[in-house]
Write a protein that binds this ligand. Structure first.
Ligand code: C5P
Length: 395
C-alpha cells in the first residue's frame, strides 16, 4: 500500500519512544521505506540499533557524526521524506519547532523538509496543558502541522490525565491519509450504511444474512481519509470501526430506517451499502419459544430505506444491488424504482464478488442509462471509485 513512499520518523526523548518500534514495523509491513533520526534524549530510551534493525536503514543520531557519504544528513532526510512523523513529540521539541530552533538532527530535518509534518505528542499532563505548549501547538496547527492528539489515561509518571501517546493505529492512519489521499471531500457530510440487519424472532433467535460490512466500512474509511464528515450506520459485524467516523450500531431494518432518516437531512452523499433484510417477524415472542411450540414465523415487509430516500432527495444517492441472475435487468429496475443516482451491482456468481471477500467486481448503472464494468479490485479501491463518481455529481 505504501510502496515507494518514504516516512522519516523523528524520535524524541520520552518513554513512549518504545512505541516507535511498533510504528516502524507496521509501516514496513505496509511497504513504506522508513528512515529514522533521533535526538540525544531519545537514544537514552531506545538504542539506534533497534530502529536500524526494524527499519533496515541507518539511523541518524547527530549532525556531527562521522560522514558515511557526502550527503548532508538532515538535508537528505528532509528531501527523502514524503511525510515526516515526530513521535513521541515532547514539549521541548514542540517548543523548538514552534520557535524555529534547529539545533539537532530532528529539528534541522523538520526545518528543512517540504513534506507534511505529523506530530504525535506524549508528555505529562501538566506539561501538555501548560499554556506555552498549548500556544505552541495552536501556532503550529495554523502553519499546517498536523497533530495526532494524545489520549487520556494513566501516564508513565503515575499521573492520570491527557498526555498518553495516541493509539499507534491512529498515528499510522494519519500517515496513510497524508500519503495517499487528497482532501477533496473536506467539509462534505457523507452517510453510509453497512452490514446486515437482524430481525428478532424471540429473545434468543433472529434472522440475518451473510453481509460482512467490508464494502460499507471501506467506503466510510476512504471517505473519512478524503476529509468527509462520515456517519456510518452499521449492523452487527466483526470488523473494527473506521477511524474518525461516527459509527452508530443498529440491529433491525426499522432501526436502520430510523437512524438513516434522522441523519440524512444534512447529507451531501448517502451510500446504502447495507444488506437490509426485506422482512421482519410479525409474531415476535417474549423469552424463548420452546421447540415444541414453534409453528409458523409470519413475515411482514420492512420499509425500503433507499426507496424512501429517493422520493425526496437533496443529496447524491447511491444504492447497491446483489443478484444471482439477471443482474442488469434487476439493477436497472432498482435504479428507476428507488431513484438512486447510480447503483453499484454485484453478481454473486462471479468469483471475488460479494459477501465477506476483500475484493469486488461490479457493474455501475447510471441514471443517464450509461453502464460501466469495473474490473476485479479491492473493496478499498472500489470505495474510491464509488466516491469519485458520487463527488462528480455534487453541486
Ligand atoms: O431491493 P434490494 O434489496 O435488492 O436493493 C438493494 C439496495 O437497496 C441496497 O442499496 C440496500 O441497502 C437498499 N435497501 C434498503 N432498504 C431495504 C432493502 C434494500 O435501503 N429494505
Amino acid at each position: 500500500m505504501l510502496k515507494g513512499k518514504t516516512v522519516v520518523i523523528g524520535v524524541c526523548g520520552g518513554i513512549a519512544a518504545y512505541k516507535v518500534c511498533e510504528i516502524i514495523s507496521k509501516l514496513k509491513k505496509l511497504g513504506a521505506n522508513v528512515r529514522v533520526c533521533m535526538t540525544d534524549a531519545a537514544q537514552k530510551f531506545v538504542t539506534p540499533l533497534t530502529f536500524q534493525s526494524l527499519s533496515q536503514n541507518a539511523v541518524a543520531t547527530g549532525m556531527f557524526d562521522p560522514v558515511k557519504s557526502w550527503d548532508i544528513e538532515h538535508i537528505s532526510l528532509a528531501k527523502a521524506a514524503d511525510v515526516m512523523l515526530i513521535v513521541p513529540a515532547t514539549a521541548n521539541i514542540i517548543g523548538k519547532i514552534s520557535a524555529g530552533i534547529a539545533d539537532n538532527i530532528v529539528t534541522t530535518t523538520v526545518m528543512a523538509t517540504k513534506a507534511k509534518v505529523i506530530i504525535a505528542p506524549a508528555m505529562n499532563t501538566q506539561m501538555y496543558e501548560n499554556p506555552i505548549t498549548t500556544e505552541n501547538i495552536e501556532r503550529l496547527k495554523k502553519l499546517g502541522y498536523v497533530f495526532v492528539d494524545p489520549e487520556g489515561g494513566r501516564l508513565a509518571c503515575g499521573d492520570v490525565g491527557k498526555g498518553k501517546l495516541a493509539d499507534v493505529d491512529d498515528i499510522i492512519e494519519e500517515v496513510i491519509t497524508h500519503l495517499l489521499y487528497e482532501k477533496d471531500l473536506a467539509g462534505k457530510n457523507v452517510l453510509i450504511t453497512a452490514g446486515p440487519t437482524m430481525e428478532r424472532i424471540d429473545d434468543i433467535r433472529y434472522i440475518t444474512n451473510h453481509s460482512s460490512g467490508k464494502m460499507g466500512y471501506a467506503l466510510a474509511r476512504v471517505a473519512a481519509r478524503r476529509g468527509a464528515n462520515v456517519t456510518l450506520i452499521s449492523g452487527k459485524v466483526c470488523i473494527t470501526p473506521p477511524k474518525k467516523v461516527n459509527t452508530i450500531y443498529i440491529q433491525s431494518a426499522k432501526q436502520m430506517h430510523g437512524e438513516v432518516m434522522k441523519y440524512s437531512k444534512d447529507m451531501d452523499i448517502v451510500i446504502k451499502a447495507a444488506a437490509v433484510g426485506d422482512f421482519y417477524v410479525k409474531n415476535q415472542a417474549d423469552g424463548k419459544i420452546k421447540k415444541d411450540k414453534i409453528n409458523t414465523i409470519e413475515l411482514e415487509k420492512n420499509p425500503d430505506i433507499l426507496q424512501t430516500l429517493g422520493q425526496n432527495k437533496n443529496f447524491v444517492l447511491v444504492g447497491f444491488s446483489m443478484e444471482t441472475e439477471k443482474l442488469s435487468l434487476y439493477s436497472v429496475e432498482k435504479l428507476k424504482k428507488k431513484n438512486a443516482d447510480f447503483i453499484v451491482a454485484n453478481d454473486l456468481t462471479h468469483e471475488g464478488a460479494g459477501f465477506g471477500t476483500d475484493t469486488n467486481i461490479v457493474r455501475i448503472f447510471h441514471q443517464n442509462g450509461e453502464t460501466e464494468d469495473l474490473p476485479l479490485m479491492s473493496k478499498e479501491k472500489l470505495a474510491g471509485e464509488i466516491l469519485d463518481r458520487a463527488a462528480r455529481l455534487l453541486k
